[in-house]
Every structure is written in C-alpha cells, then in structure tokens.
Design a protein around this ligand. Structure first.
Ligand SMILES: Cc1ncc(COP(=O)(O)O)c(C=O)c1O
Length: 369
C-alpha cells in the first residue's frame, strides 16, 4: 500500500482535486456531521469551557464529567447497559482483547474482519481460527473443531465496509456455546444501520447479553474516538485490565463535546437517517433497474471490483468525465488492485447521485459488469 494523495473536502459532498471540484464518495462521514455547523460550534465551546487536554489517564487525574456524560448519552443512543470511551475505534478492539487475554479457549475470526480485529485476536492469548466470510456452515465447522469443552470468542465486523453487508449475528449466537462471546467491530454500522441506528445488533435483532459492540465516533458521528458497548461488569474489567486504557490520555475534551452534539443531532433530527436510507436505496434500486449486478445489502455502500487494470482505467475515466472523484480503495484484506467503493451520505444531492448512476448504467450497457 502507498500513501494516498492529499485531498481537500469542500461543501460537504465535494472535493477539490487538481483544480477541479468533484463529487466525493470517499470517507465514511455518512451524515456529514464532520462539517455540521452545530458540531463545530460545540467543539469551539468545548475548548473554551474545558480546555484541550486532561493530560493524564482517566485512572489518575484525567477523568472528567464530560467523558461520563458522553458515555451516558451513547449508552442511551444504543440502548446498551454501559459504554466505555476509548481513544479510537481501532484501540477499542485492542482494549477488549487485552483485558480478555486468557479467558477464551479459541478466537474465531471472519476472514475479512478489519485489521483492528486481526490485531486484537493476537492479544487474546489463545489459538486463532479463521472462518470463511459470513459463511455459517464454515463457522459451524470451525466451532466444532474447537471441541465440546471450548469457550470461544468470535470476532467479526458488524457492517462490513467493502459492500455494506451485515454479519449474520443471530446465526452466530445461535451456534455459540453458552459461555462464548461475540466481539463485533461495528465501526461502520454504529449510527448508520438498524431502524434507529443501533447498528448490526439492531439489524440482526439480537440481545446484547453475549455481545460486545465496538463503535467509532469518527464515521457516522463525524468526530473522533471509539466506544465499547458492553455490560457494566465487562466495562469494569476493561477499565482496570487494559494497559492501553490504563496508560493513555483520553480523548481531547472539545472532541468529546462535539461527539455529544453529534449524538444529539442524530437522535433529534430523524430526517438525517431518512435521507441516508433514501439516498442509498435510490442508488441501489436504480442500479438494479439498469441491470448492474451487486449484492442487496443494508448499508449505504455501493462497490464494484474491476476485472482488470484496463477496465479500472476506463471506469475511472468515465467517473472523472462526470465530475466524480474515483474512490479506488486499497485496503488490507481486499483485492490487491483495489476496488471502487462509493459511500453514499445523507447529504449527497439527487443530481450527484443521478450522475453516479448514469456512469454505472452506461458502463454496464457498453460492457456488462
Ligand atoms: C471496521 C473498522 N474498525 C475499526 C476502524 C478504526 O476506527 P477508528 O478510525 O476510529 O480508529 C475502522 C476504520 O476505518 C474500521 O473500518
């Protein structure tokens, strides 16, 4: 992987690129809250009222009522029993795994799990077995390989960012031994999918009893930071046992203030989620009508894998001609030459979406995808 070209976002859904203004479908700022004036205002106010940094671990002198308030609001938003704020979504997976090292007989990992979960699995201090992506039969086979006495932990993304699909959590739980646990990295699903934005857990309609759901504040909520949604008992364990949590400074306070405002906005302004769902279904339905193949997934993601470099170059040319930045995504675990991932937001206009649909439809008509 190489470092990507610097980009400047403008007007919430565009990008300034080599002197041109192009529609932007990169990033995962699903509601464009990173550029919402009320979130910015809360961050400025947060800086004025609280200062920037507590400069100490929460276990020493770095705790602050704002962290507790944010955790309380997140708990309410997600309908969880408790929440622990950590510095990023990536760190959330590591905090859980560090604290649970030695507690499980096996870790079962979806082969396409995010690298944060792959790193986390290494910290669990038990054998790591991989199962085929979202494949229940292979999952069941892998569980059987662990033996009757096994106490497994399963690690999977909630909503997968490469295609917007959601892991079959209900089926995983049904087959999981009673004292097993599901660690769901729902960085993309938290705030975006489910009737009220509770993520993969809500899509699957499962209780949180044997589930730890990790979300990020840097995507749907547009700010920064990670959150572990779990029981109070798990939270107490993470707070005292994770070296990462014990030994690091928490989120800058203005960002916590911004996250509180972002949560409020998403909870209060129902039109945000409605627009996200409408925009995503608008594109997906239009592509279906045009005969463009693609999985029917709940998440606001449309992706396409070019079959070769020539096809990728030709698609790229058409996107640029339609004033769309080609969002070629190269990410660990994905195809080596990358794929095109379009992240639909609540703020893209119908005109922008129509242009995207047109590129896909014409490309498909010329040479079926
Ligand atoms: C599935 C998944 N987990 C974790 C992360 C990391 O989240 P954060 O950027 O908050 O560290 C990402 C971010 O790209 C992600 O896609």
């Amino acid at each position: 992987m190489r470092e990507a070209e610097p980009l400047q976002q403008v007007e919430r859904t565009y990008i300034r690129w080599r002197g041109r203004k192009l529609s932007y479908y990169g990033g995962c700022d699903y509601f464009r809250l990173a550029s919402h004036p009320l979130v910015h205002q809360a961050i400025r106010e947060g800086l004025r009222r609280y200062g920037l940094n507590v400069a100490a671990s929460r276990l020493t002198t770095g705790n602050h009522q704002l962290y507790q308030e944010l955790e309380k609001r997140i708990t309410q938003f997600f309908g969880a029993k408790s929440a622990l704020l950590v510095s990023t979504g990536y760190v959330g997976d590591l905090v859980v795994a560090q604290s649970l090292a030695g507690q499980f007989s096996h870790a079962l990992l979806d082969e396409r799990a995010h690298i944060a979960l792959k790193d986390a699995a290494q910290l669990l201090d038990c054998p790591v077995l991989t199962f085929k992506h979202q494949d229940i039969e292979d999952y069941a086979r892998t569980l059987r390989r662990c033996g009757r006495e096994a106490r497994p932990i399963v690690l999977t993304d909630g909503m997968f960012s490469h295609d917007g699909s959601v892991a079959p959590l209900r089926a995983y739980l049904k087959l999981l031994p009673r004292d097993g646990l599901l660690l769901v990295d729902d960085a993309h699903g938290g705030g975006t999918v489910g009737k009220t934005g509770k993520g993969a857990v809500e899509v699957a309609g499962v209780s949180r009893t044997r589930v730890i759901q990790n979300v990020t504040l840097s995507k749907a909520f547009g700010v920064y930071g990670g959150v572990i949604l779990c029981s109070p008992a798990w939270r107490a364990r993470f707070v005292t046992r994770s070296r990462l949590f014990v030994g690091s400074t928490p989120l800058p306070l203005p960002l916590a203030a911004g996250a509180v405002r972002a949560l409020e906005l998403l909870q209060r302004d129902k039109s945000l989620r409605r627009r996200l769902n409408d925009n995503a279904s608008y594109v997906k339905q239009a592509l279906q009508v045009a005969g463009v193949p693609g999985p029917a997934t709940p998440g606001p993601i449309v992706s396409w894998h070019p079959r070769n470099a020539r096809e990728a170059a030709s698609f790229q040319k058409r996107l640029l001609a339609a004033d769309i930045l080609p969002p070629l995504t190269r990410y660990p675990g994905g195809p080596p030459n990358g794929y095109y991932r379009f992240v639909i937001s609540s703020e893209h206009s119908r005109r922008q979406l129509d242009r995207l649909i047109e590129v896909f439809a014409k490309f498909h008509a010329a040479k079926p995808l």
